[in-house]
Design a protein around this ligand. Structure first.
Ligand code: TRP
Length: 328
């Protein structure tokens, strides 16, 4: 049986934090089961960040390097940068002709972001309204049938399927699969202050960091505020270290709960142990990342080869689209 085909992308926000790690690790696992296309979507970054593009190239490359370091494998998957494959833009243009404005205007993510970002940043642009059209183009240009995404992206995928149905109806064809979301069980890691992890809150832990920086972050993790003295019993349920132990220190988590509740371990000691465990888990990633950084030529080759492979597939789709639309 033919493998299913995956496209997924991420807006290039620069170096990833460990909250993203489980997302990428999920992609790593999908690489054997599916034919995969993965791209930092730098054009999407422009939909909200068109004013200041000074960090865009660096952020795009940093994100891609993190992907490779975590284990996305250019031998297995097609890994490339969105803007290197102009066919995404071409299909976006064609889909923009057939997509009713009302579909885009009532998209919940559009309405929300317009309200939230609305102040300060002017996102009342044609490009921002068309975000879901560009996203549909990303997927459809590879005729991908499966899209690993977070729940927040479901409205966009629903729109992509509507665009497919309308395209099929208008041009009397069955060219595209209707892309289905693939939701994964992704463990939600809080930031060190217990809020949602985000670079903008400065509460994140970068995937690529050093053991010193990592310790700095773990040392500052929020613990049970009611545990004032080391001799006070603690409540692991409200402690960030405990949440991390469940992921990075599975073997000792039961023991830790006990020791915390009976005040048999101090927070610093508990944090030390977690930091050691995290270093153990992250070190192989750091090593791979360092190797890639030392060999920028190799990275350039990977990126160029990825774009070429992607282009081959994408241009074949465009050829078929032109045929049914009677263009050229
Ligand atoms: N909108 C997605 C996000 O913010 C990123 C994205 C762009 C994407 N194009 C895509 C995801 C195509 C999956 C498929 O996370």
């Amino acid at each position: 049986m033919a493998k299913g085909r995956i496209f997924s992308g991420m807006r290039p926000t620069g170096k990833l934090h460990i909250g993203h790690l489980s997302v990428i690790e999920n992609w790593v696992e999908l690489q054997d089961e599916y034919e995969c296309f993965f791209a930092p979507v730098d054009w999407h970054a422009l939909t909200t960040g068109y004013e200041d593009t000074s960090k865009l190239r660096e952020n795009t490359r940093d994100m891609l390097l993190d992907w490779l370091a975590v284990g996305l494998d250019p031998e297995k998957s097609t890994i490339f940068i969105q803007s290197h494959v102009k066919e995404h833009a071409e299909l976006h243009l064609l889909l923009s002709m057939t997509t009713p404005l009302s579909w885009l205007e009532r998209c919940p993510t559009y309405k929300e972001q317009l309200q939230q970002l609305g102040e300060g940043k002017d996102i009342r642009t044609y490009g921002f309204l068309g975000y879901p059209v560009l996203m549909a183009a990303d997927i459809l240009v590879y005729r991908a049938d499966t899209v690993p995404v977070g729940e927040d992206q479901l409205p966009h995928l629903e729109l992509a399927r509507e665009m497919v149905r309308r395209f099929h109806y208008l041009y009397d064809t069955e060219l595209f699969p209707e892309p289905q979301p693939k939701l994964a069980e992704i463990a939600m890691l809080p930031g060190i202050d217990k809020r949602k992890m985000s670079k903008s809150y400065n509460n994140d832990i970068a995937i690529t960091t050093t053991s010193e920086e990592l310790w700095e972050r773990v040392r500052n993790m929020v613990t049970d505020p009611a545990r004032v003295r080391k001799t006070d019993p603690g409540n692991p349920e409200v402690c960030v270290v405990h949440t991390y132990n469940k992921i990075y220190n599975k073997e000792e988590v039961t023991e830790r709960i006990e020791q915390c509740r009976t005040a048999d371990i101090g927070c610093i000691q508990c944090k030390r142990r977690l930091a050691d465990k995290m270093v153990e888990a992250l070190e192989p990633i750091w090593e791979r990342r360092a190797k890639l950084e030392q060999n920028p030529g190799l990275v350039d080759e990977i990126i160029a080869a990825g774009a070429e492979k992607a282009r081959r597939e994408a241009s074949e789709t465009l050829r078929l689209v032109y045929e049914v639309m009677k263009l050229n």
